[in-house]
Design a protein around this ligand. Sequence first.
Ligand code: TNX
Length: 808
Amino acid sequence: MLAGGKPLFAATALTGGDLAIGFAVLSNGFGDGRFTSELTLTNHGTMPLPPKGWAICFNAQVLPKADPASGFTLAHVNGDMARLTPNEAFQPLGPGETRRLALTAESPVIASCDAPEGFFLVLDPGGTAAWAEPIGEPAIQPFTRPEQLSRGPKDTVPNQTPALTFAQNAGLSLLPEATVGRITPAPAEAVFHPGTLQIGHKTRLRHPPALAGEAQLLQAALDKLTTGPATAGTIELALDPGLVLPEGIAEQGYVLEIAAAGIRLTGRTPAGVFHGIQSLLQLVPLAAWATKLPSLALPYCRIADAPLFAWRGQHFDIARNFSDKRLVLRVIDQLAFYKMNALHLHVTDDEGWRLELPSLPELTSYGSQRGFSPGEREALQPALGSGPLGGTAPGSGALSQRDFVEILTYAKARHIRVIPEIDLPGHARAAIKAMAVRCQRLLAAGKPVEEAEACLLHDPEDQSHYESIQGWHDNVICIGRDSAYRFLELVVGDLVQTYRQAGLTLDMLHIGGDEVPEGVWENSPACRRFMAERGLSTIQELQAHFFTRLGQILAAQGVAMAGWEQAALVKSGGKEHIVPPDQRPGFTGFVWRNLAESEQKDMAEQLANAGYKTILCNADALYLDMAYEKAPDEIGTYWASFVNLRKVFDFQPFGRGTLTAAGRANLLGVQGALWGETLRSPDRVEYLLMPRLIAVAERGWTPAPSSDAREAAWNGFANRIGQRELPRLDTLGVRYRVPVPGLALIEGAVQASLDTPGLVLRYTTDGRDPDAASSAYAEPVALAKGQMLKAAAFTTTGRRGRIAVLTA
Ligand code: TNX
């Protein structure tokens, strides 16, 4: 039974609601060098917590340990799940009592986002009638002391303080509105002339048949921005294969001319025209986005523009936590508006399979569901704080085939290609479990074993021991079974069909290939037999066989293989080596590991120089699941870096100078990545994406400024974001991250700043939190010794960002 449905007889009157959990970090490696924290368990019920018959489960990115002498046994279940059970030393916990439990861990916790989450009570845990009830989220003690806020004595990254933010913003100033760039990403050439052209939504729009789709989208946009009548001039969309454009990817460029006679927008291709339409819409007065205007005054201008890179992508993990169709379409809108053209949808992982495929219904009927169910009979175990209850997002959910076709069609109209990622052979637990359920169903229906096991993804006799980075010990497909390849054929076949339904061709599949743990396959009889039959002598050869065969399955359907860089690497002698590109024909590498001081610090350059088509997904600059700042209230992770807006803006696509000319030609482009571990709500998705996504778009379209022009370029970009893009996003209800003010006390007066000048900053000096009625900051505020100033940024819709505090 899936959690929630209580059995008729209750083993005890204890309920999840009777319990409350608290969590506090004590020290991250200071003093004795240990990482220590504390859980508190409070019994708010009317009866004592008994010495046995229950357990408490939760998820944690940093898995803790407890001393059994504490009265609790704390065990790692699998993945990010831990289970706390009372042991012989447990003393019953009476009503109203609180018990403290000391924890240790192997790594630090410096933000609320890392705290254990998704607590639930399991009653009769070993029994067949086990059931679970949510307890909920812990009350997290604030992180205030240095040993809570830092990752240890060697952590050199300063904590974000108002003073640090102020220093970081030193080069920024509010630019006069007229000098703020109107088009983002910044165009190659833009010349404005005095005067404006008035257009309305009935202004005549002319276009050749090949641009019907683009014209329709432009018309729909104009309908939303103006009520106005037809005007004298016309808007003309045109194709011209010989169009002369500035340096860049000409096939995606455009020329937009606005003059008294009307608008002429020309591209070499429909994609180019579509990009020009986005520029045109950005020239519409900002006020029209909030309320329709009678007519739109567009500045006379000539914009000639082409992107730096052909590929400007965004990866979106909807597997760890499920994001639904509505949200995916919203993200596509943003990609389109900033002229990005690839959406890499990560639809499968250990914690869920999120895309319905007709040939293998269990992938979603089972594999998209998380919840408490003894033996995981009916759902995958709770993960990432999803709790025991099944059936609801973000733990459970999937895109139906229809949803996916709608996404593909919507993206196609906006010149965005969707690259699905089926993560293989690691990160595949949801598929493995789902295929085991399928096998059971077929056996129960009386099918012969061979048929039932036709798509089985694990070796039931496997004795190998491994643990993935995310703590799973059963998340890698057994690639020594023919059934694994049968499974892949069905998946690829279904994907090909789905794309066809959308009038598209699946031309690239991202097969993951990342993070296959050491030790896998080593003690699998199936792998041993499979290797002997094929003369494969090492695990590396087995893995190479897998990628080659997968490549063949894809090639047979006309699909090119793409993957994380690990799929183009082979380990030998404890090192990774690049597989010669002729062994991975047509492979495109998505490179994420670029961490300084590691052997992979220039992996993208190495791969591109070796002859692979390469897409830059640098973890320390383009991973948008990283927290913006080192601050305990920021959501997101930080294993690669903290990534603020400037960090993305400053990204240097051409690396540290090791690219050869051929390597440079192999760099297809840049891509942001949004991994899903912390995406527990649509708000979080938009918070992490926006506004950093716009900086990814800028780096993909506009050549990075030279070092002497960088400060001015950053100020220009920051003003475009603060004065134009964020107010526009407000009109669309996009819940972007509102910046936190920088504050500094200079000669007795407080100065305040934002990383995106233009938003309203309000403050108080009476200790109250700033609100819409608080004074707007315009000039330094004198502060007496001991007096406190609180400041926060407000969006145009009155949404408040985090509060910064300074005491004189
Ligand atoms: C690494 S980058 C992963 C993902 C995680 C991500 C979190 C890569 C190919 N694998 O599985 O979600 O880090 O930032």
